[in-house]
Design a protein around this ligand. Structure first.
Ligand code: PMP
Length: 399
């Protein structure tokens, strides 16, 4: 008998994470995700949720969810291809396709399930996937599930992408397909992918373009339609527009939009979609209501941008560096991990909830407080937040 301990690694690995202070310490939100909320028993100003437009607590979304439970029950009963495809799921896809001005849309259980289930079906053996070095983990996992060759280009670097594509043309035998994939808005820095240039380069090489617009939807483009609308690109430029209902839409669920062929292919091939139970009615109805709110209440996107401009300028004028931020994701650069953690704790003491982003999520010397702006923050909220950043920045000798 081997003297192997089959589960010893569980405790020892965890201990290692705790000792290195790399373990996640879960905070508890007691009540809805609103800008003034209760976290770990403390009334705080929320400065780090992805609920950009505050739709998670919008009366229309809540009413739609409650109604759907009454009319359709608590669960869907199955995966969609068997017995769990309700009229509500079909309605959401119709509404989303209309919102995105696409031929068709497909809703997945999560954005993670969309990326990990679809990417390996779009490119496989004999193909090439070309990916931005800072793409989201769900894209990385999707790529890992594929037998395609991989090439990574420097973050948002169009010249490097050109070089990677030129090298790909030299491959023997010639690649059957090339898939270029990028986040639309990068979640650590809040910068926007140069999707117009990416699409142009891809077109020159007959490559397919896939954008993950999780942080661009509800934020960029006409009425928050996302990055494809922001750059005024068409369906022949960007073939797969992927997104999530878990951020600006305020609920949960992933989705893709594009051609009818894409959607027909995707739902027949994505194992995450085929083999996982469908959304409960309350979730789907709330998502439909979120699309509705985006179409009929443009004020939320407007105030999100007004708040973003005000806060980013305010933070910069205090002497902080906000890196490459162009969107409501406003990182406040601190430098060393310990200082960023201390900064976040001091913010919490002053009733501000904003978490530090440290190594290994970002480089060791690029630790930051990642703030995320919200449409429902008031000027008084933002001034209070700026006051706290100034006070702590001075205390820690950062400004
Ligand atoms: N892509 C990006 C860029 C994301 O930030 C996230 C969420 N963190 C996802 C995909 C996954 O989306 P979901 O929450 O719907 O699984």
């Amino acid at each position: 008998m081997p003297s192997r301990d089959p589960v010893g690694f569980l405790g020892s690995e965890y201990k290692g994470l705790v000792e290195a202070e790399l373990d996640w310490k879960l905070r508890v939100l007691q009540g809805p995700s609103t800008t003034r909320c209760v976290v770990d028993g403390k009334q705080v100003l929320m400065l780090c949720s992805n609920n950009y437009l505050s739709l998670s607590n919008h009366p229309k979304l809540k009413a739609a969810a409650i109604d759907a439970v009454k009319t359709h029950g608590a669960g869907s009963g199955s995966v969609r291809p068997i017995a769990g495809n309700m009229d509500l799921h079909m309605e959401l896809e119709r509404r989303l396709a209309r919102f995105k001005d696409a031929e068709a849309s497909l809703v997945y259980q999560t954005g993670f399930a969309a990326n990990s289930g679809l990417i390996p079906q779009l490119a496989d053996e004999g193909d090439l996937i070309v990916s931005d070095e800072l793409n989201h983990g769900s894209i990385i996992d999707g790529v890992r599930l594929s037998k395609a060759d991989r090439a990574v280009y420097k973050h948002c670097d169009v010249a490097d992408l050109e070089k990677v594509m030129a090298d790909a043309e030299k491959h023997i035998p010639a690649y059957r397909r090339i898939l270029v994939i990028s986040d639309g808005v990068f979640s650590m820095d809040g910068d926007i992918a140069p999707l117009d240039s990416i699409a142009k380069i891809a077109r020159a090489h007959g490559a397919m373009v896939y954008v993950d617009d999780a942080h661009g939807e509800g934020v960029l483009g006409e009425g928050g339609r996302g990055i494809v609308s922001h750059f005024r690109l068409g369906r022949n430029d960007v073939h797969v527009e992927m997104g999530t209902f878990s951020k600006a839409f305020g609920v949960v669920g992933g989705h893709i939009s594009g051609s009818r062929d894409l959607v027909n292919y995707a739902y027949n091939k994505s194992r995450t979609w085929l083999l996982s139970g469908s959304h409960p009615p309350a979730v789907v109805a709330a998502c439909i209501a979120a699309v509705d709110v985006l179409e009929t209440e443009p004020q939320h996107v407007r105030s999100l941008w007004a708040n973003t401009d005000y806060f980013r300028k305010g933070i910069q004028s205090l002497g902080f560096d906000t890196g490459k931020s162009q969107t409501p994701i406003v990182p406040v650069m601190i430098g060393e991990s310990g200082a960023a953690k201390r900064f976040s704790s001091l913010l919490f003491e002053m009733n501000m909830f904003a978490l530090p982003i440290v190594f290994p999520m970002v480089a060791r010397d690029k630790a930051r407080i990642r703030t995320i702006m919200n449409a429902a923050l008031t000027r008084a909220d933002l001034d209070e937040a700026l006051g706290a950043f100034e006070k702590i920045g001075k205390k820690l000798g950062l400004v």
